[in-house]
Design a protein around this ligand. Structure first.
Ligand code: GLU
Length: 542
């Protein structure tokens, strides 16, 4: 029985790598009939925010990843926000200090910089040199009085440390190459290392699944577990996800694209941009000149203002692009993992039921967006009607679509007419004409030219004829509209397209739309005729 935990540092939206970790934590726990804990690692005062924690939880919930213990639901090992567990960490830090396995330090930034430089001059990695005699409490007080920052470092033993990793096998580290790392910062908060090790023990974690970037931290965690007399959990470090461009799928990519766009923008109104992002001009300058990254809503707002598309990295980006949570779960579960069954399109339950921890891959895994789209098409087809409707409504709300206000009956018709769509965004896009005022339909000029004006206004003439016939129909149904259009095509010995395309452009402004008969039926005959008249007036030679 595995007890796993997902332990995000809430710095922004949940991204694709974090979601994969969260998912395998859940899969592992559920496959073994175990427990899945959510723990917020929010001890970095400068980087973590409560809104980000909420956002991460919303994103997990949207994916259908439910935790058994954690924020909002509680549990026996709570609280589940590390920022609320300082007393616990202090107790453990004291224990290490008392045992001589940790010590105070109060080097200034300049002193540390000098040590780093000396190491690099010797062409060596910087390793913090442990003092022969550890500072006493009196020394600490004196240092504080001088205005120095005080931290606590853990004594790294010189021995070899072996990490038995499920994904990578045995990975050996030499304690001699590893620095005495900080376990308590000068603000009194523990570092991630200390809090993580203590909480994994207190929460009874048996399996730690996390990204490969944490492998370097694991030897330090193992020796700290040994120093405390804790059990060492099973480790699985999941392989790196790379984008099609070859880079790491990291949040920084979004900031990078935005940064480049701001730098390139001509005559940019920085004040306006800052206001749109809800940040100050100084913060924009800091962002442009360094590593500082505004939080995600600010990034999105500024990208919208600059009319640029940012790469999809966060779960919410995929939500907004019209992917189903079922698709993402299925797709993410195949990043760095090959299920033991000969099938790719799977539900979460199937993935859980067939989970085999020996089937993780070591090599980097490619984020293949085409495959994601293909998966989405399958999952849209597979979802029962009511479920798809509810997903679609969530999507419409998220992107502020005017269709969000439509009634269920109409949306169900839209979904049916869009069978075979690749994304929910595509469905929304194709059916926007139903939710646009008759006099606000925007015409695609290329389509107008091709379909209405070409050959001396052939399409417009067709539109005039159709308008009369449609107005004269006594019964409006998909069937009667189809009969009428087909009848005209037959009578004139022309393809159905020649009849239907002008009508399409008149009601949607473009030739990309839903099947024409359903479109008219859904739009209603009055609006259809109004739009046909408007089009005829707009483009007839005056
Ligand atoms: N807070 C760490 C992170 O977000 C968790 C790492 C771990 O799972 O131990 O990367």
């Amino acid at each position: 029985m595995a007890v796993t935990r997902f332990a995000p540092s809430p710095t922004g939206y949940l991204h694709i790598g974090g979601a994969r970790t969260a998912l395998f934590d859940l899969i592992w726990a559920k496959n073994t009939g175990g427990k899945y804990i959510l723990r917020m690692e929010d001890t970095d005062q400068s980087r973590n925010s409560p809104t980000a924690a909420k956002q991460v939880m919303d994103d997990l919930s949207w994916l259908g990843i439910k935790w058994d213990e954690g924020p909002e639901i509680g549990g026996p090992a709570g609280p589940y926000f590390q920022s609320q567990r300082l007393d616990i960490y202090n107790k453990y830090i004291q224990r290490l200090l008392d045992a001589g396995k940790a010590y105070y330090c109060f080097d200034t930034a300049e002193e540390l910089e000098r040590m780093r430089k000396e190491a690099s001059d010797r062409k060596q990695n910087f390793l913090y040199r442990r003092p022969a005699k550890f500072p006493t409490l009196a020394d600490v007080e004196a240092a504080k009085a001088q205005g120095r920052d005080v931290v606590v470092r853990f004594c790294m033993p010189d021995d070899e440390i072996i990490v038995n990793d499920i994904v990578r096998g045995e990975v050996r580290f030499n304690g001699k190459d590893l620095s005495d790392f900080i376990i308590q910062k000068s603000d009194g908060f523990p570092t991630y290392h200390l809090a993580c090790v203590v909480d994994d023990e207190l929460m009874g974690i048996t399996h730690v699944i996390r990204g490969q970037e944490h492998l370097m931290n694991t030897p330090g965690h193992i020796v700290m577990q040994q120093a405390f007399g804790f059990k060492t959990p099973v480790y699985a470090h999941l392989s790196v996800i790379v984008s099609e461009g070859g880079g790491k799928m990291s949040k920084r990519e979004r900031a990078k694209v935005l940064k480049a766009a701001i730098k390139k923008a001509q005559g940019l109104d920085k004040e306006k941009l800052a206001a749109i992002g809800g940040i100050t001009i100084a913060e924009i300058d800091e962002f442009l000149s360094g590593d500082a990254m505004p939080d995600t809503p600010a990034i999105d707002a500024m990208a919208g203002y600059l009319k640029i598309e940012l790469p999809e990295i966060n779960i919410v980006d995929f939500f907004k692009s019209g992917f189903l949570p079922e698709t993402l779960v299925n797709f993410i579960a195949l990043l760095g993992y090959s299920p033991p069954i000969d099938k790719e399109i799977m539900t979460l339950q199937e993935i859980i039921d067939t989970f085999d921890p020996t089937r993780f891959n070591k090599t980097n895994c490619l984020f293949d967006r085409k495959k994601l789209v293909a998966f989405n098409m399958e999952h849209i087809k597979m979802l029962p009607e009511e479920k798809l409707l509810s997903r679609y409504k969530d999507f419409l709300k998220e992107v502020n679509s005017p269709a969000a206000k439509a009634d269920d009956l109409l949306l169900k018709k839209v979904l049916k007419a869009c069978a075979g769509a690749r994304t929910l965004a595509e469905i929304d896009h194709k059916s926007r004409f139903l939710f646009t005022a008759d006099d606000k339909v925007e015409y695609d000029q290329k389509d107008v030219e091709k379909v209405l004006l070409k050959n001396d206004g052939e399409g417009l003439a067709m539109l005039a004829l159709l308008k009369e016939k449609l107005a004269a129909l006594d019964k409006i149904s998909e069937e009667s509209i189809e009969n009428l259009l087909r009848g005209i095509a037959e009578q004139k010995q022309i393809g159905l397209g020649k009849v239907a395309q002008p009508l399409r452009v008149a009601i949607c402004g473009t030739t990309i739309s839903l099947p024409i008969f359903e479109s008219i039926e859904m739009l209603g005959i009055n609006a259809t005729i109004t739009r046909m008249e408007r089009t005829i007036n707009e483009y007839s030679k005056k």
